[in-house]
Design a protein around this ligand. Sequence first.
Ligand code: AMP
Length: 302
Amino acid sequence: MSLLVTGTIGIDTIETEDNRADDVLGGSAAYFAVAAGLMHPVRLVAAVGEDFPESFRQVFATDRIDHAGLEVRKGSKTFRWHGRYERDMNNRESLQTDLNVVGEAPPKIPDNFQDSKYVFLANTHPAVQRSFVEQLKSPKLKVCDTMDLWIKEFREDLLQTLGVVDGLVLNDSEAKLLVPDESDLIACGRNILGMGPKFVVIKKGEHGAMLITNDVVYALPIFPTDKVKDPTGAGDSFAAGMMAHIAEVDKVDPATLKRAMAYGACLASVTIEDFSLAALRAADRDTVQKRFEEYRRMLSFD
Ligand code: AMP
């Protein structure tokens, strides 16, 4: 079943305690598209500026990613983000965010993408996320992501967007920012359900992720790896594994959601093993499936 993603495609500068990567390919939709593409065909909608390098554009020129919705806008500049991780890699600081083309009119969803059934609104301006929902004919499932910048500075826009999506994926610090009066994560998640979504996935960095609906709450661990180089894109890759599995089986029941989160954990573990999209680009479906089987074995006991 068709899967569409929209979000940012950008040029990142990443600093970790021991390393640094300048002007590398990044952006929420970039990670999502390349990660999801390992499992299921994906339609990409995003805008970049005319400074976007051709070599970066080629990353999306694969038979698993339909990039007809990637607009190179004349006279505009590409989104840029500079982030720095603390020593434990769980916390990061956004040192600089230049919205550039992301602060302008949103790209148009191509006519032949408007029938997309599964939709992921990766991190971008919440008003832009909403405008995409409005352009789609009859999506079966709309899930969005958000982050500190949007929660702090565009809260009203974000609340409106939460009113029109089925699911929200965010990390623990973002959940607490969205529900400032609650320190308990489950309570935060339940509070967010009251804002519109039917399910909330709260990612907890190296501590895994939690699903909260009105009926169930469960937590899954990460797929452990000791090769963490750059955690950027882990969240988008998690969402990609989740959405790609849901689109693949074309179901959203609780068992599917749980398996989908397991695929998310496996894809996130691939992404963080190298800077930018390098580890994802070196992986294939087999890499993901092997990790999934290992993850399943790790979690089964009698
Ligand atoms: P993640 O680590 O999964 O949260 O995603 C990291 C990616 O998100 C980076 O490649 C950034 O380019 C991009 N990014 C950073 N800040 C924002 C923002 N405010 N909105 C959308 N994308 C962002």
